[in-house]
Design a protein around this ligand. Structure first.
Ligand SMILES: Cc1cc2nc3c(=O)[nH]c(=O)nc-3n(C[C@H](O)[C@H](O)[C@H](O)COP(=O)(O)OP(=O)(O)OC[C@H]3O[C@@H](n4cnc5c(N)ncnc54)[C@H](O)[C@@H]3O)c2cc1C
Length: 409
């Protein structure tokens, strides 16, 4: 059987970009995808709006800045915006750099990819879950669960990580590349909601505030974020929390006990709050808190400050409990129990060890002719367009390099 020039495994963001970029070098790749459709995960990104890049991105928005730098310099946010604009996607750039399609529909990306793949006659084999790859002499043999066998001179392997397996990326890629001699670093969920230890979660579930949250280890601030948080019946979510979750899970993996410090009151000094209580001696304590913070916190905070009843007058409450209550407004700690796991995580931390991969070409240092792109690599970024950008950038570079003729290498 004649081998194909290039087979791309995985029709996610990185694989689709790799296919177009390779094709622009005159190659007709074949894409193998285990789902019955392409780009399933793209559809759920950015709450269905697809935050496809961040124009304020720097290499430091990733876990391995030095590795991503060269790839991003070849195809970064500006090139991405221009590239997709040439395919029809008009960018809508927000103040924080987050960029969406003007249509505000993630499905626009799928429509554009499908149109381009069709126009260029690029073949997609759906319902083909790759289970093994071997290389004999210069030819790769690829076996699928469905019993098909494909041959290729070069392969781009971009099957994603373990996050949100319902979209197809179920971690099946790690074993396949391990069998080819690559090392996989410890993988864990990142950009994920956190589970907290607290007796108050039921009462607080549904309360949303805009606040500062610090990730703490003992009394040291490890990371600090500002923005919306939402209490839930298992713990806490919101963009701020997703940002803190990677570091939190990293600490939990090291058997440490990180906590969140929630700062309920911002821009009002503690002395002003103390004065407020000094002037409210005849008020019930519950009433004394009205207007200062979300009402749903009041009963919980009073309990946490060990004040017996919400209808006690401020004057009737021992000073130490009033001070405890005030301290809680500025420093309320919750022990982090863990996270909701891969099912709910937006990205996988860890992956193919970068020591095994050339950072200029994304070719394996172990198996010549095998390239990687996207989340399968040990690269993850912050929340806000950075992970899709890595998928586009690495897909573009891998596609270009894997479609170069040997003479030009
Ligand atoms: C809910 C959610 C929201 C997100 N929102 C954003 C956002 O707004 N902005 C942002 O930058 N990032 C976002 N991300 C992250 C981003 O979507 C991913 O980092 C990115 O899609 C990874 O691209 P990828 O090509 O590496 O992998 P994937 O997109 O996961 O694609 C991998 C493909 O490979 C296929 N595959 C898997 N195993 C096999 C196999 N054995 N054989 C054949 N095919 C296989 C899968 O079916 C899948 O189609 C979000 C993620 C989630 C889960």
């Amino acid at each position: 059987m004649k081998e194909n020039d290039l087979i791309i495994i995985g029709a996610g963001a990185s694989g689709l970009m790799a296919a177009l970029s390779a094709n622009e070098n005159g190659i007709m790749p074949i894409i193998l995808e285990k789902n019955n459709r392409i780009g399933k995960k793209i559809l759920v990104t950015g709450n269905g709006r697809c935050n496809y890049t961040n124009v304020l991105l720097t290499k430091n928005d990733y876990n391995k800045p030095d590795f991503v730098e060269k790839v991003l310099s070849k195809f970064g946010p500006q090139e991405t915006v221009d590239y997709f604009e040439s395919l029809g996607i008009v960018p809508k750039i927000e103040n924080d750099g987050k960029t969406y399609p003007m249509s505000e529909q993630a499905s626009s990306f799928l429509d554009v990819f499908l149109y381009e793949l069709n126009k260029r006659n690029i073949k997609i084999e759906l319902n083909q879950a790759v289970m093994n790859i071997t290389k004999n002499k210069d030819v790769f043999a690829i076996n699928t669960v469905e019993g098909k066998k494909y041959f290729a001179k070069r392969v781009i392997f971009c099957v994603g990580g373990s996050s949100m397996p319902l979209t197809g990326s179920n971690g099946s890629g790690y074993e396949i590349v391990e069998r080819l001699g690559h090392n996989i670093t410890h993988i864990f969920p990142a950009l994920v909601k956190l589970k907290l230890e607290s007796p108050y979660l039921k009462q607080l579930s549904g309360v949303k505030i805009n606040s500062q949250v610090d990730l703490m280890l003992d009394n040291e601030v490890i990371q600090s974020e500002n923005g919306d948080i939402l209490f839930t019946n298992y713990g806490i979510s919101g963009p701020t929390i997703l940002e803190l979750s990677r570091k939190a899970n990293e600490l939990i993996n090291l058997n440490k006990k990180p906590a969140l410090k929630v700062i309920l009151i911002q821009n009002v000094s503690k002395s002003k709050v103390i004065e407020r209580f000094e002037n409210a001696g005849e008020k019930e304590i519950g009433q004394g808190l009205i207007g200062l913070l979300n009402k749903r916190f009041i009963n919980v905070l009073i309990k946490e400050a060990e004040i017996e009843k919400v209808n006690l007058l401020v004057n009737e409450i021992p000073k130490k409990n009033i001070y405890k209550l005030i301290d809680l407004l500025y420093d309320w700690r919750f022990v982090i129990k863990g996270s909701l796991g891969f099912e709910e995580s937006q990205v996988t931390a860890g992956g193919i060890n970068l020591d095994d991969v050339d950072n200029l070409t994304l070719e394996s240092k172990i198996i010549k002719g095998l390239y990687f792109a996207g989340e399968i690599l040990d690269i993850d970024g912050r929340c806000g367009g950075y992970n899709l950008q890595w998928a586009w950038s690495s897909g573009y570079v891998a596609g270009k390099r894997a479609s170069k003729s040997d003479e030009n290498d």
